[in-house]
Ligand binder design. Sequence first.
Ligand code: MF3
Ligand code: CO
Ligand code: CO
Length: 297
Amino acid sequence: MKNKVSSLLNNIWLIIIDYKRMNTKNMHKNKDGIYIYNEEAYEGIKKACEIASKTLDMIGSYVKSGATTEELNKKCHDFILSHNSVPATLGYRGYPKSCCISLNHVVCHGIPSDKKLKNGDILNIDVTCILDGWYGDTSRMFTVGNIGLKAKRLIELTHDALFLAIKNVTPGKTFGDLGAIIQEYVEKHKMSVVRDFCGHGIGSEFHQAPNVLHYGNYNSGPRLESGMCFTIEPMVNIGRQETKILSDNWTAVTRDKSLSAQFEHTVFVKKDGCDILTNSFNNTFFPEGAKLHRNNV
Ligand code: MF3
Ligand code: CO
Ligand code: CO
């Protein structure tokens, strides 16, 4: 009996060591402590990202006046599981749900609840999927009914700031460049960049080096290299940048209660530029309800 147990334990250890080896040969750390992933890791991360994007593609038609954010959470949860994936947020540092839903003046980490959506609401839904040990993270804005002009401008600005940064994701640029580009663009339009939360390296873990700040100085910080994988996820407020955390210890809101928006992509640095791994498959990354019909304004 004793022998059987110890040989079983031995086998388990061998399996664990083997698994570790499997995952670590796909990557190494550079001098800044940032993982450089190989082609096999790229494929793994890409698949996790695809499920995250498809979850957001799916949820769009359920974002309607009267729906609760918990109903949306349940739909995301079921969708992720049905794709043999696991929602990374569920149980992460005690976080209780399978996605984050941040309404109006909530900056990020809003917890799905029985609160009902209503006409004029804007919301961010943020989903992270784990597939075969790889992580993919994305978020976008959704709108309910008719939203105000200021809200539309905020959503467009936040989206465009993300894409300006993504255009500059290429070997040789610095993380400071990405932050500076976002900050400059947002401040030029008299809105503000949240400082209290940032993007992050991602791949073999949910959050890893480096911190990807959405503000900063050109030519500062680590240099981008081919094989890096990270998120860019600027949060922009109409009013002041300051945030505070509510008593649930998660929900971050703007201190001045002004509206906040966020978009997030996971990007992978290639030899010449980058791949966006969390593109929408049905072209709904930018919400229809936030489009400015320029002839009318
Ligand atoms: N998905 C978020 C991000 O973009 C993190 C959510 S962590 C949670 O990094 F615990 F709040 F879910
Ligand atoms: Co996210
Ligand atoms: Co993220």
